[in-house]
Design a binder for this molecule. Structure first.
Ligand code: IMP
Ligand code: MG
Length: 398
């Protein structure tokens, strides 16, 4: 059995918790794209809380294998920290395997990310993700396998420094990368071994960010540097793995960090109340997230391009207590009503049109069931479970 779980919005849908919950039915969890821009928060039932940026999410009381595949860009220092931290927090330490073909995020990538972002104002996480993928495509990136032989590594650093100097006029620095690599060495295996593991086992592929931040199908240029949607799985693991289940996670309202269009965005007091109630502050950068109402037009777009066959709703409990719950069911674009977009750029000029559904005080209320039914009907996709609190086991199957 192979399943991919992706976020259907702009990230922070609660994927980490959902992946952790469902990982109990799998042998391995695989990260296939992104890097330490991700921030996956898992709160276990015993109260332990983990925020991972690179390690896959998992259910704590189970022996499980965590794989970081070729499509991920790895910040060695952050990964070392995460592994160290995990050793302190779990008794059942999982098996960790990292692909030798994964690219490495260098200190220079973070500096370039800052420099670019000052000018093009995407509002990135400054984790060096875009520049690391750009170097991969420019064929000047460093893969973990480049670290195997120290002498060859030094030679490569010299070669690449010259290119950096000529193109960017920046001094290339490598800081303590080699020491971090040494700490990770025992976990690194060949990508072919990772492929063989995936072929043999029950595997859960953990998406990062969300479909609307996908490099190709998201709100370009306000997107991340990778195909974080379901389409990234095959290139991210280096072979055409056949997936059985495509699952999408979405939140009962919307959030976004960084810039870019957001038709249902709230401002002022209303935004502040929702942000506080939902604790919407970035897990990676601490930035207050932009917040707004659930946008069913965008949700439908995300289900279409990601091909998900089922959805999981999170944070419905955060909206409890509202008399009416607004959901966006269409836009007015240049005076015309539309409830379906053919181009994601259309949302730039969209004025949202809301339907006001009855609120709920408790997730067992009939109005909550009706809200779920309304979303299923609009999108044509079944909601198979919902999460009603931050802890891993606070999930109800439908
Ligand atoms: P980058 O991925 O750091 O290049 O940032 C590009 C855009 O994606 C920015 O708007 C970020 O805020 C957003 N982004 C990247 N990772 C995440 C995430 O895990 N959750 C939410 N937004 C993210
Ligand atoms: Mg997050």
């Amino acid at each position: 059995m192979k399943t991919v779980i992706v976020g259907l919005q702009w990230g922070d849908e609660g994927k980490g918790k959902v992946v952790a919950y469902f990982s109990r039915f799998y042998d391995s969890v695989v990260r296939y794209s992104g890097g330490s821009n991700a921030g996956h928060t898992i709160e276990y039932n015993d109260g332990t809380k983990i925020v991972n940026h690179l390690l896959p999410s998992f259910y704590k009381n189970k022996t499980i294998e965590l794989l970081i595949s070729n499509g991920v860009v790895v910040d060695l220092e952050i990964l070392c920290e995460e592994i160290k931290n995990l050793r302190k927090k779990v008794d059942n330490f999982p098996q960790i395997k990292i692909s030798n073909l994964a690219h490495v995020v260098l200190p220079i990538h973070k500096k370039l990310d800052e420099k670019f972002d000052k000018l093009n104002k995407i509002g990135t996480t400054k984790r060096g993700i875009g520049p690391a993928y750009a170097d991969k495509i420019n064929r000047i990136g460093f893969r973990l396998k480049d670290f195997e032989n120290e002498e060859n590594l030094r030679m490569k650093i010299n070669e690449i420094s010259v290119i950096y100097d000529k193109i960017y006029e920046i001094v290339f620095d490598f800081e303590n990368l080699y020491e971090h690599y040494q700490n990770l060495r025992t976990y690194i295996i060949s990508q072919l071994e990772i492929i063989n593991e995936i072929k043999l086992k029950k595997v859960l592929f953990e998406g990062t960010q969300g479909v609307l931040l996908d490099l190709d199908m998201g709100t370009y240029p306000y997107v991340t540097g990778s195909n974080c949607s379901t389409t990234g799985v095959q290139s991210g693991v280096g072979f055409p793995v056949k997936l059985d289940n495509f699952t999408g996670v979405f939140k009962a309202y919307l959030t976004r960090v960084g810039n870019g269009p957001f038709p249902t965005e709230l401002s002022g007091k209303e935004a502040e109340i929702l942000r506080k109630k939902g604790n919407e502050y970035g897990a990676t950068t601490g930035r207050p997230r932009r917040v707004g109402w659930l946008d069913l037009v965008l949700l439908k777009y995300a289900t279409t391009v990601s091909g998900v066959q089922e959805m999981i709703l999170t944070k419905g409990d955060i909206l409890s207590g509202l008399e009416k719950v607004p959901v966006c069911i269409g836009y007015r674009i240049n005076g015309k009503f539309v409830d379906n977009i053919l181009d994601i750029d259309d949302i730039k000029n969209a004025v949202p049109i809301y339907e006001y559904l009855d609120g709920w005080n408790d997730i067992n209320d009939i109005s909550f069931k009706k809200y779920i039914g309304f979303i299923e009907e609009f999108t044509g996709i079944k909601i198979k479970a919902f999460s009603f609190g931050p802890r891993v086991d606070q999930i109800k199957m439908l």
